[in-house]
Design a protein around this ligand. Structure first.
Ligand SMILES: O=C(O)c1cc(=O)[nH]c(=O)n1[C@@H]1O[C@H](COP(=O)(O)O)[C@@H](O)[C@H]1O
Length: 240
């Protein structure tokens, strides 16, 4: 079986910074890269096509959350870029998620695969306390995440963004092949930063994560490639 690649969050301010970051990796290595708001709003869609043309897979993380018609139209445009994966916020509702999926399917050029679509449940920077006190969701974080996951499945999407803490429970309430993409991944030695629900790569694997997303532990490392390899090895169980 092919080695699983951690998804690297390219949270960098410009293409120049991104090229400098990628220069630490062997030229021939195909990476799974997450393009998020920070770099996308500076460089635009051309950053995505540039990465794909250079042999990488791209998760376009723009977390769409708007009325169904707007999300439908935006997804039609995203579908033309050739990304492997993209996302919306589940809090936008079932109708919005259905519209997003329709947009992606209708916008994908003939003969190309439709990008996978996943929905953010509760951000990994959110705690149980915040869910109850700020969002007034009295059932708390775990029930809220499970609820958004089942709603996402009902809308026909491929999976969710959640923390690795919830991945096992979500798979039990949806299906084993329902994608659980989990940011908030840290080695035991890393700073947690603003993340609240964190887990190590090996625990995430044990708990059913489909993909792990890692940003600062790699982008801010003194040796980004060494940090990537360490995380990838732990994610693949090579230290077990
Ligand atoms: O959708 C995401 O990718 C995402 C969802 C979420 O709940 N939490 C979360 O951290 N992310 C993204 O995952 C990345 C995590 O970065 P680090 O905390 O630096 O590893 C960031 O780019 C976030 O935008």
């Amino acid at each position: 079986m092919r080695e699983k690649r951690p998804v690297i969050a390219l949270d960098l301010p410009s293409k120049k910074d991104m090229e400098l970051f990628l220069s630490h990796f062997p030229k021939e290595e195909s990476l799974y890269l997450k393009v998020g708001m920070e770099i996308f709003y500076q460089e635009g869609p051309s950053i995505v096509t540039w990465l794909i043309d250079n042999g990488h897979d791209v998760f376009l993380d723009l977390k769409l959350h708007d009325i169904p018609n707007t999300v439908y139209s935006a997804m039609k445009g995203i579908a033309k870029l050739g990304v492997a994966l993209t996302n919306v916020h589940a809090a936008g509702g079932k109708e919005m998620m259905e519209a997003a999926y329709r947009g992606l399917k209708e916008g994908t050029p003939t003969g190309q695969p439709v990008p996978k679509l996943i929905a953010v449940t509760q951000l990994t920077s959110t705690s149980d306390e915040q869910v109850k006190e700020e969002q007034l969701i009295s059932v708390g974080l775990n029930d809220s995440v499970r609820h958004y996951a089942t709603l996402t499945q009902e809308a026909g999407l491929d999976g969710v963004v959640c923390s690795a803490h919830e991945a096992r429970d979500i798979k039990e309430h949806t299906s084993e092949d329902f994608v659980c993409l989990t940011p908030g991944i840290r080695l035991a030695s890393n700073d947690v930063g603003d993340q609240k629900r964190v887990m190590t790569p090996s625990k995430a694997r044990e708990n059913g994560s489909t993909y792990i997303v890692v940003g600062r532990p790699i982008t801010q490392a003194e040796n980004p490639y060494a940090a990537y390899v360490e995380i990838k090895n732990e994610w693949n169980g090579e230290n077990d």
